[in-house]
Design a binder for this molecule. Structure first.
Ligand code: TXA
Ligand code: MG
Length: 344
């Protein structure tokens, strides 16, 4: 056990010093909380994997606060990188580029590329700037749990495992950054996020998804995507189609008969049509950003109530909905019921 010091913005200097000394610091970003260490200190970075229980072949994102830091981490800053940075940084876009020699293997899992992001959260920016080092940081959850989007989540998962936790309220986006690989001849989205295909296409033109995101059987290019993620203790089932209200009621009745405790996560209108069930709101159906913000929070909340089954509404796979469904389908182990088909 490590004696974890929990602080707010007024003590950010201590957290920056801790990073410089090779200690572990949890900090807020605009997407989810991160678990940071000095990216150029391999001993410090190794501690991240231990604290999270993370497989060491899963590479880490390096967080920077200025262009000077980028120059030393990559082989070259290509014209494509320049365009992307000008539009999306600081912000929730991670760019995979050819790495320079100074990036240690523990960061990249031995790959010749490095994933880099300049976060827009003011506390993240300030922490990196004050520490003076690039900060390697995966999401600050125990491996396999949904990424943390609130103060409570990081304390639950990492108190006793890190040196500092810098609190900064709820995160804004609620899902992890879009990961875009521009190290090859054609740019590829490796992990969908709030910065969408169209957003990126409009800036750089040519673009594709990692085939793994479309075909489950192909191997993902982003090593982290192959691991079972976002898996609550409860069984998660997604219900789609126009007859979802009827189907969900049938399922609730059936599980109740089997003495199973059911949790329902859905947008407000749908949620309001059910009574005898534990609920978690995914916000307003007209705001997909709201859904993204609340998704992990609901999974964690229902899990904490020890429900046996979590039933979730489904969302259109367009725009930010693609990222939301990517995380939700993983949480559900691809267990999806179409309410317009007779049997499940
Ligand atoms: O929003 C975020 O990205 C958050 C906050 C803390 O910045 N971080 C985050 O990190 O989600 P993590 O470690 O949970 O996810 C990093 C993803 C993994 O899927 C990993 O495999 C991929 O990025 N990745 C990292 N380096 C890579 C590389 N060189 N090539 C391909 N994929 C890489
Ligand atoms: Mg993660």
């Amino acid at each position: 056990m490590i004696d974890t010091i929990i602080i707010r913005e007024n003590r950010i200097n201590e957290a920056a010093d801790a990073l410089k000394k090779g200690q572990l610091v949890v900090f807020p970003t605009e997407t989810v909380y991160g678990l940071g260490a000095d990216a150029l200190n391999p001993e410090a970075v190794k501690k991240i994997f231990v604290a999270k229980g993370r497989p060491t072949d899963n590479p880490l994102i390096v967080h920077i606060s200025c262009r000077e830091q980028l120059i030393e981490l990559v082989e070259e800053i290509t014209p494509t990188a320049e365009k992307l940075m000008a539009i999306f940084w600081p912000g929730p876009l991670t760019i995979v580029m050819k790495k320079s020699k100074i990036v240690p293997d523990v960061i990249t899992g031995g790959l010749d590329t490095v994933a880099i992001r300049m976060p827009s959260h003011p506390l993240a920016m300030e922490l990196i700037r004050l520490s003076g080092v690039p900060v390697a940081a995966p999401s600050a959850n125990i491996s396999g749990k949904p990424s943390p989007t609130s103060e409570r989540h990081v304390i639950e998962d990492l108190k006793g495992r890190v040196d500092y936790i810098l609190l900064g309220g709820d995160t804004e986006v609620g899902l992890e950054s879009t990961v875009l690989d521009i190290s090859g001849t054609k740019a590829q989205i490796l992990r969908p996020g709030v910065i969408t295909y169209d957003d990126i296409f409009n800036v750089i033109g040519e673009l594709s998804y990692d085939p793994h995101l479309i075909d489950e059987n192909s191997t993902p290019k982003s090593p982290g995507m192959k691991y079972k993620h976002y898996s609550p203790e409860a069984e998660v089932i997604i219900v789609k189609g126009n007859k979802k209200s009827v189907k969900i009621q049938e399922m609730i009745d059936e599980y109740t008969l089997e003495h199973k405790k059911v949790g329902l996560m859905a947008t407000d209108n749908l949620l309001n049509s059910f009574d005898e069930v534990i609920k978690c709101s995914l916000g307003n159906a007209n705001s997909i950003d709201d859904v993204g913000n609340k998704l992990f929070r609901c999974l964690r909340y229902l899990d904490q109530l020890k429900v046996d089954v979590i039933i979730s509404e489904s969302f259109d796979k367009k725009g930010f909905g693609i990222a939301i469904m990517n995380r939700l389908e993983k949480a559900a182990g691809f267990h999806i019921i179409d309410s317009e088909e007779d049997e499940r």
